[in-house]
Design a protein around this ligand. Structure first.
Ligand code: PHE
Length: 452
């Protein structure tokens, strides 16, 4: 079953970074910086990426490239005598499937905001209200809970995914990433420079880069761990699936470091964009971060700038890019699984998967509005998917994967993969094995327990 490989080094980096850079970098990271003592959080976050993120990424890469198949099959491929461990692969595929459902909806919101920025709808007075925080809040709930508008956006996102997926790994995912990722970095650069030149920008930068360690609690550290995990797309089978498309001469350690570094750079640039903008416009006291930051507070900033529609459109374009390149990676996990487990052709796999995902995403989108009253444990469908996957399923799948690579898989798996079967030397495999065996499972378990 010779499957496609990424056609170039740049392409595989673009695709993998495309997956990692998502809405986690855009609205979760700045929010956690704000709550976690500015640079104090940043420092802890960087340590988490180094100690946990890169090693776990390498474990996933190794398993994926050695197995060369889908996230379930990889486990059986590298340790045929321990086939039961495939259960953790199955868990990550299921997690990916569930995340895909609600991420389509969230990606839809970004698309809707792009549309509303281009058409100017977001900044049009409504019900006697002038554009401003109050109106943006009203619009936010409208754009998210109105039955039709977010629904259409969600369906468009699913359709984009369908088209990209039909193109396959090289002509779909890789081409899309090669085109969009450079654009994303250019946009970040434009906004970064702009933000830094705003009057009063220094205050925001000072907040971001001066550490307040008094805010650091064990909870903050666990949050940083969780954030590193989510941001690097770990534990969802994504990296494993992509690594199966890496050519044999790809240097995994170098790739993992590059991807993690670029993901970090994007997160830091978001901070550099957002904090000065907030202080410059006197909005830092808003405090409400997360989705309100991008859907309410930033429109307030754009409103006060000349060329509001242009800035707003470019910013939401940036968000759409971040979101779309993440959705394709999560869909690929499931598509590859259908191809390899059930012997589906690419077309059949893409159509059947996207059919189901689209229907469930529609339900998920409606669960924010008309179906909001249907709840399980007090959570609507959307929140349920978000909570269960991120808090429980992801960490369990990741612990299983680390224990498998560290203890069950052949001992030389990591070493062979890191050195491309001995074609060069590495000094990190012993340290890496130690982290994968002991440190990572324990740290992830701590995150899991703290979520209970
Ligand atoms: N790494 C992504 C982010 O930061 C997380 C993600 C990837 C979510 C792929 C879904 C699909 O947002």
């Amino acid at each position: 079953m010779a499957k496609a490989k990424f056609s170039s080094k740049l392409g595989l980096i673009a695709a993998t970074v495309g997956s990692a850079v998502g809405l986690g970098n855009v609205w979760r990271f700045p929010a956690e910086v704000q709550g976690g003592g500015g640079a104090a959080f940043l420092i802890i976050y960087i340590l988490c990426v180094l100690i946990l993120g890169i090693p776990v990424m390498l474990a996933e890469f190794s398993l994926g490239r050695a197995g060369g198949t889908d996230a379930i099959g990889n486990f059986a491929a590298v340790a045929p005598k321990h086939r039961r461990w495939r259960a953790f692969g199955a868990l990550s595929v299921l997690t990916a499937f569930l995340i895909a459902i609600f991420y389509m909806v969230v990606a839809g919101w970004t698309l809707e905001y792009l549309w509303e920025s281009i058409t100017g709808g977001l900044y049009t007075p409504q019900d006697g209200m002038q554009p401003g925080a109050e109106l943006f809040l009203v619009k936010k709930s409208f754009y998210i809970t109105d039955p039709w508008r977010p629904l259409i956006a969600t369906i468009v996102v699913c359709a984009i995914n369908l088209v990209v997926m039909l193109g396959g790994v090289q002509k779909g995912i890789e081409r899309l990433s090669n085109f969009l990722m450079p654009m994303l970095f250019v946009l970040l650069l434009i906004f970064g420079i702009f933000s830094l030149t705003l009057p009063g920008a220094g205050e925001g930068i000072e907040f971001f880069f001066s550490p307040d360690f008094s805010k650091v609690t064990p909870g903050v550290v666990l949050k940083a761990l969780g954030q590193a995990f989510f941001s690097l797309s770990l534990g969802m089978g994504i990296l494993m699936t992509y690594a199966a498309y890496y050519p044999a001469d790809t240097r995994l350690a170098r790739t993992a470091s590059t991807v993690s570094l670029l993901d970090l750079v994007v997160a830091v640039m978001m901070g550099v964009i957002i904090f000065p903008a907030l202080t410059s416009f006197g909005l830092q006291s808003h405090g409400v971060m997360g989705t309100a930051l991008v859907f309410v507070t930033l429109p307030e900033v754009f409103m006060q700038l000349p060329f509001t529609a242009l800035w707003s459109s470019l910013f939401f374009l940036l968000l759409v890019i971040a979101a779309i390149t993440s959705t394709v990676s999560i869909v690929e996990v499931c598509v590859r699984c259908l191809e390899d487990r059930l012997d589906f052709s690419r077309r059949k796999a893409v159509f059947s998967l996207m059919g189901i995902v689209t229907v469930l995403s529609i339900v998920c989108s409606l669960s924010m509005g008309p179906l909001n009253h249907l709840t399980i444990a007090g959570l609507n469908f959307f929140d349920l998917l978000d909570t269960v996957t991120a808090n429980y399923m992801l960490p369990i799948a990741a612990i299983g994967m680390c224990v498998f690579v560290g203890w069950v898989a052949p001992r030389n798996l990591l070493e062979n993969q890191l050195t491309n079967n001995g074609s060069f030397r590495t000094h990190i495999s012993t340290l890496l094995l130690y982290i994968i065996r002991y440190v990572a499972p324990l740290l992830i378990a701590a995150v899991l327990v703290s979520n209970l």
